[in-house]
Design a protein around this ligand. Structure first.
Ligand SMILES: Cc1ncc(COP(=O)(O)O)c(C=O)c1O
Length: 444
């Protein structure tokens, strides 16, 4: 590759890049300059098919004029206003819009919205709400949170404590947490189409952790209903139902981290709808504004919300919030995003494409290095055998190769993860698969 400086290349040394091998990247940068529909354009003018919806967030495709217009209008009308002991209409309107899509019935309905600025903030907010709720109902000894190995819940201290990715954890202190085992079992479930058949018994880990710590010490259990960041790990059939039952039996709140699965990724508004299991809270971000303006939201049940609405009315019920909770410009972007999802039926589109998507991805079975293929909704993963002594390098090479051939994929370890915008067409699915197939042939 040619590394000579190009006239359109900015200085690279000042931006300390997140989750990036900074020195490797800056020696051979990949810079995206524009985006429209299903495509990015890099700084050299090459078109790149977006196989990852940016970072699992651009569900309605890029460059949506409606969102840009709404943001421009809101910026000109009111750029910022506080939401501490103050309010502005658009935050309430957006909460009501989201609430209309919320799963659950009666007191279990998840239509009480706490706004944040990101997925990590949503997670830490939900964990704090869980602990505060338990205390408010007289269960103040419940301060521990149960997560799961390989879980990803962002990078706040709460999120890394319940998360289960060692590199995100080993350097940092954590809040009291423990972990169930993850549900990835390639030996038994390789090449499952959709949800794997084996592994329901892993839900009993929650029962074991109750026996180990005592239910009276546990506030909540948090899981991604489908893990994205660790490489698309699916719940075995019946697993989430069982978690719900065990949590209920012990007074433990169930939190679904829907930062990736929220807003149509599986063909339903939320994974809770897809699996038919209603948690006590859902954490969201990303697709809430189509990735345009940073924002997140915790969907809490009426039961959890109402449990905290106690004490004298002049008293703040939850000492928590962010300067940008309910930011008017983010709310404008979110409202326009939800309107696009509704007008174009995007929250169900993954369901219509799922069979073709599954068929196309599983066509990569038997290609060089492939050891497993996983899919659900409009999510997919191709797991490769690692190179001896150099885990992760093979998938990374495939990622770089695909990029130079005009396709953006994501890699984690030796897994290639796919989650295109929900606006993808069938021919583009075919392009994704053929580009990966060619890259696999070239990969050593
Ligand atoms: C399930 C899950 N939770 C939380 C997060 C963190 O979100 P953010 O990067 O917006 O803080 C992510 C990000 O990928 C995620 O996938």
């Amino acid at each position: 590759m040619d590394h000579t400086p190009r006239p359109n290349m900015p200085p690279l040394e000042n931006f300390w890049m997140p989750f990036t091998a900074n020195r490797q990247f800056k020696a051979a940068p990949r810079l995206l300059a524009a985006a429209d529909g299903m495509y990015y354009t890099d700084i050299d003018g090459n078109r790149i098919l977006d196989g990852t919806a940016g970072l699992w967030c651009v569900n309605a495709g890029h460059g949506r004029r409606k969102i840009a217009a709404a943001v421009e209008r809101q910026l000109a009308t009111m750029d910022f206003a506080p939401t501490f002991q103050m309010g502005h209409p658009i935050a309430f309107e957006f909460a009501a819009k989201l609430a209309a899509h919320a799963p659950g019935e009666g007191q279990a309905r998840l239509d009480r919205l706490f706004f944040t600025g990101s997925g990590s903030e949503s997670v830490d907010t939900a964990l704090k709400i869980a602990i505060a709720y338990q205390r408010a109902i007289g269960q103040g000894t419940r301060t521990r949170i149960i997560g799961r190995e390989k879980g990803y819940h962002g990078v706040g201290f709460g999120g890394i404590s319940v998360g289960g990715l060692v590199n995100n954890r080993r350097v940092f202190p954590q809040i009291p947490a423990d972990h169930m085992r993850h549900t990835l079992d390639i030996d038994r479930n390789a090449y499952s189409r959709g949800m794997p058949a084996h592994g329901l018994e892993l839900a009993e880990d929650l029962e074991r952790l109750v026996a180990l710590h005592g239910a009276e010490t546990i506030a909540a259990v948090i899981v991604e209903p489908m893990s994205g960041s660790a490489g698309v790990i699916l719940p075995p059939k019946g697993y989430l139902e069982r978690l719900r039952a065990i949590a209920d039996a012990h007074g433990i709140l169930l939190i679904f981290d829907e930062v990736i699965t929220g807003f149509g990724r599986l063909g339903t508004p939320f994974a809770a709808d897809y699996f038919g299991v209603i948690p006590d809270m859902m954490t969201t971000a990303k697709g809430i504004t189509n990735g345009t303006i940073p924002m997140g939201a915790v969907f809490a049940s009426r039961k959890v919300h109402d449990g905290l609405m106690h004490g004298p009315e002049h008293q703040i019920e939850l000492f928590h919030g962010y300067t940008y909770s309910g930011h008017p410009v983010a709310c404008a972007a979110g409202l326009a995003t939800m309107e696009i999802y509704e007008e174009e039926s995007l929250l169900s589109r993954a369901g219509e494409l799922a069979a073709d998507w599954e068929e196309a991805l599983h066509g990569l079975k038997g290609h060089p290095h492939v050891v497993d293929i996983r899919n659900l909704g409009l999510v997919g993963a191709i797991e490769l055998a690692p190179r001896a002594g150099a885990p992760g390098t093979r998938a990374y090479d495939v990622f770089v190769d695909c990029f130079h051939k005009g396709l953006l994929v994501r890699v984690t370890g030796d897994i290639i993860a796919l989650s295109p915008p929900l606006t993808i067409e069938k021919e583009q699915i075919a392009t994704i698969v053929s580009t990966i197939a060619d890259a696999l042939k070239r990969a050593a």
